[in-house]
Design a protein around this ligand. Structure first.
Ligand SMILES: [Zn+2]
Length: 356
């Protein structure tokens, strides 16, 4: 018993005698405004237990006093902030250290799926000419196009009986629009030939859906990057061997595809996405062909509100950056989102006050 007490006292003395120094790391790697940043001052294993109080000054007029070494903080504006940590050990002695953290603005790219179509693509291109980046240059967007053929259309089965729409979106019907998209500086990429759920297809059909679309774009005279976006973000379980080296671009759904959705609702959705996304840039997913007669969204208003009012930073779409930024969506997350969307559509249709 006496021996144990001596050992405990010796350990105590060892810890207390060792000077504690203030030091911390923060994560994630890229620090962005309006995102949660974790400041971690956990001491190295061999020194654990000496510090009893952590005092943070985050350099933006906010402070925190804690009895645990980990603390989360959100900066509302981008900038360079001097962060000061003062630690107090059990003997009452303190140590202070200051470092600068650089917090960047939250960036986003914009993409348009399901075109090209004569009803929508010229309108989207005209809108994009009016959407500028911070330096005044027109933005470059990503267009994830479908190949299609003359006999089917993306929404034909759904919308044709109800609205009598017989539009034929797709590269094969509109090669001139594919060339126009590329000529205006945007990136054309693959969204499959017929817009199936790729997670439901055998590998050979996944391969055909993607390579047929790729060939259709090449046939229109444009060389797309070897990236694809799965319809409804239902990614294939594995990419077939013939697609080795191909990469998947995902994206965050703005719900612009919901019938009767308004610009303000889309802006709200985008805001939520941009404020809570774990990383930056964020790839926002809009739709070129939305399969709805006479219902166009003002994308200039949507994007300009996000940049001018909310101070998110619009950047050019680039395939590498978009692949790196892509957040993996688990199949069950996707399914539950599909169901929510379906419910929202029905609510909109059943609500007598909604007319537009
Ligand atoms: Zn799609």
């Amino acid at each position: 018993m006496k021996a144990i007490l001596i050992i405990v006292m010796a350990l105590w003395a060892g810890i207390a005698a060792q000077p504690q120094t203030a030091a911390w790391t923060c994560r994630p790697e890229k620090l962005v405004a309006r995102g949660s940043i974790v400041f971690d001052a956990s001491p190295p294993q061999d020194r654990d237990g000496g510090i009893v109080r952590w005092e943070w000054d985050f350099g933006d007029h906010s402070r925190a006093w804690t009895t645990a070494p980990v603390w989360s903080h959100v900066y509302h504006e981008p900038g360079r902030y001097p962060v000061t940590l003062t630690v107090t050990d059990r003997t009452g002695s303190t140590s202070t250290a200051t470092s600068i953290v650089a917090v960047k603005a939250r960036e986003f790219m914009i993409t348009f799926d399901d075109g090209p179509a004569s009803e929508s693509t010229p309108y989207i291109l005209e809108q994009l000419r009016r959407i500028k980046e911070a330096d005044g240059a027109p933005v470059k967007a990503g267009f994830f196009v479908v190949g299609q053929d003359k006999s089917r259309t993306v929404y034909h089965d759904i919308w044709q009986p109800k609205y009598g729409i017989d539009h034929r979106p797709g590269v094969l019907s509109h090669p001139e629009l594919v060339r126009q998209i590329a000529k205006e500086g945007h990136i054309v990429a693959i969204h499959t030939q017929h817009h199936p759920d790729l997670d439901q297809l055998p590998p050979a059909e996944v391969e055909r859906e993607i390579l047929d679309c790729y060939q259709a774009i090449l046939g229109a005279g444009v060389t797309p990057p070897k990236v694809l976006r799965s319809p409804r973000l239902h990614d294939p379980k594995t990419l077939p061997p013939a697609l080795a080296g191909w990469r998947i671009v995902r994206g965050e759904l703005t719900k612009d595809y919901l019938p009767l959705i308004t610009e303000d609702e889309v802006i709200d959705n985008c805001r939520k996405i941009l404020r809570t996304a774990p990383d930056s840039p964020v790839v926002l997913t809009f739709h070129d062909f939305r399969g709805l007669p006479g219902h166009r969204l003002d994308f200039v208003k949507i994007v300009n509100t996000l940049t001018e009012k909310d101070h998110f930073v619009l950047i050019d779409f680039d395939a590498d950056g978009a692949v790196a930024a892509s957040r993996y969506r688990a199949p069950n997350e996707q399914t539950s989102e599909d169901l929510q969307d379906l419910l929202q559509v029905w609510r909109q249709r059943l609500s007598p006050s909604r007319s537009r």
